[in-house]
Design a protein around this ligand. Structure first.
Ligand SMILES: [Zn+2]
Length: 403
């Protein structure tokens, strides 16, 4: 075997071992060998190295006695390293510092209108937020082994370039700007993809081999997990459910096309339509431009028939889109989350009713559709989890050591 191949095999073995300890929480060497298909001697060698490097430890007093023999259990060392995740949303930046097993150590949220500010000032605020959050966790910047930035839009995660985002005009070079300031690896990823990684690690996707995530926010995002792997497409840009045409020649979308799902179901699209509807009413006595999506949701919940119709349409079109996804992917689960779930029954009642039209009984019953309450810090934890995932692939190179 050539040296490069040998190194690669070792990295894969190491990742599989770490991952099996992570997903089990606590596991013996024999069970790791059974789970990963590696020889017992390979597992013994690699786990010895991981113990030496402080990434895992033998849990004293914990042992399994399968088949009459006592087995020492291995656990991940949560303090092996830390990462920080930052979710960049249209009006807010959220931060989370997590340890090596993804436990949140500190969080922070800062109101910030991304569109109105330069990349330099965005980098300034993110840098300050990270410093604050790291300090809150009782850590130093040098304790971090990486920073993950999650942004909606077309992101090439391999190069860390954001080509287009609904919250920012023009390509973004925020990753480069922050890498210079933080002196650590900085990753830029599509927000729905990082959330999907987090679901796989800590959330409703844990232990599920095939699942989809649909996020409803200013835009509509999507994450796809097939055979336990995130699908990123041929160019790394991934899935953009929001820009699938659901109404030919329909409402204009921010991406330049007409009739995208986003123009009907995302916060931005619903708000746009609500403004149009309300400003046409003679009895409407305030400036529609100051209207927020929260106002629109409240008015619809209060019984405004015109607005309820908009939510109905939005739920119907969402059903049409996810019905198509379920037919293509046949996933075990489809998780819907994001700020847009605030609409509750206004959106999901018509969606649940309409989805029956788009799926036959067998297709429908194979997939569990779950609505997950939105939490600001889930996204930041997701961005940090994305970095952990990268670190697990080659921890010996990527973990930053201060001592
Ligand atoms: Zn579009």
């Amino acid at each position: 075997m050539k040296a490069a191949n040998r190194d690669f095999t070792r990295e894969v073995n190491l990742f599989n071992i770490l991952n099996s300890i992570r997903s089990a929480g606590m596991i013996s060497r024999v069970e790791i060998a059974e789970k990963t298909g590696q020889s017992r001697s390979s597992v013994t060698n690699i786990t010895a190295l991981l113990i030496k490097q402080g990434l895992i430890y033998e849990a004293k007093g914990e042992s399994s006695s399968a088949r009459g023999r006592r087995r020492i259990m291995l656990k991940l060392n949560p303090e092996a390293t830390y990462t920080v995740g930052v979710k960049i949303a249209a009006f807010r930046l959220s931060f989370a510092v997590v340890d090596f097993i993804g436990q949140v150590k500190s969080t922070l949220s800062i109101p910030f209108r991304v569109e109105e500010r330069s990349e330099q000032s965005l980098a300034d605020v993110i840098e300050d937020g990270i410093l604050h959050c790291v300090d809150d966790a009782g850590l130093k910047l040098e304790d971090l082994s990486g920073c993950g930035l999650a942004i909606p839009g077309f992101v090439d995660s391999a190069t860390g370039t954001c080509y287009w985002s609904p919250i920012k005009s023009g390509p973004s070079h925020i990753r480069k700007l922050l890498a210079q300031r933080l002196n650590t690896d900085v990753y830029l990823e599509n927000d729905a993809n990082s959330f999907t990684v987090a679901s796989q690690w800590f959330g409703l996707g844990k232990g599920i081999n095939n699942f989809l995530v649909v996020t409803i926010e200013e835009g509509i995002g999507m994450g796809i997990v097939v055979d336990s792997k995130i699908y990123q497409g041929s160019t790394g840009i991934g899935a953009e459910l929001g820009h699938m045409i659901v109404v030919p020649d329909g409402e204009p979308c921010r991406c330049g096309k007409m009739g995208c799902l986003e123009a009907y179901t995302a916060d931005s699209g619903l708000l746009q339509q609500a403004r149009k509807l309300l400003s046409a009413r003679r009895t409407f006595d305030f400036d529609p431009d100051t209207l927020t999506i929260e106002d629109v949701t409240r008015m619809a919940q209060g019984g405004d028939r015109g607005l309820r119709k908009l939510f109905n349409q939005s739920g119907e079109l969402l059903a049409r889109s996810i019905g198509g996804l379920i037919q293509i992917f046949n996933p075990e689960r489809l998780i819907i989350t994001g700020e847009g779930v605030r609409a509750g029954d206004l959106l999901f009642k018509p969606m649940n009713k309409a989805i029956k039209k788009y799926l036959n009984k067998e297709q429908g019953s194979a997939t569990q559709i779950l609505i997950q309450e939105w939490n600001d810090h889930d996204w930041a934890q997701g961005a940090a989890g994305f970095v952990l995932n990268e670190i697990y692939k080659s921890p010996l190179d990527k973990i930053h050591r201060t001592s």
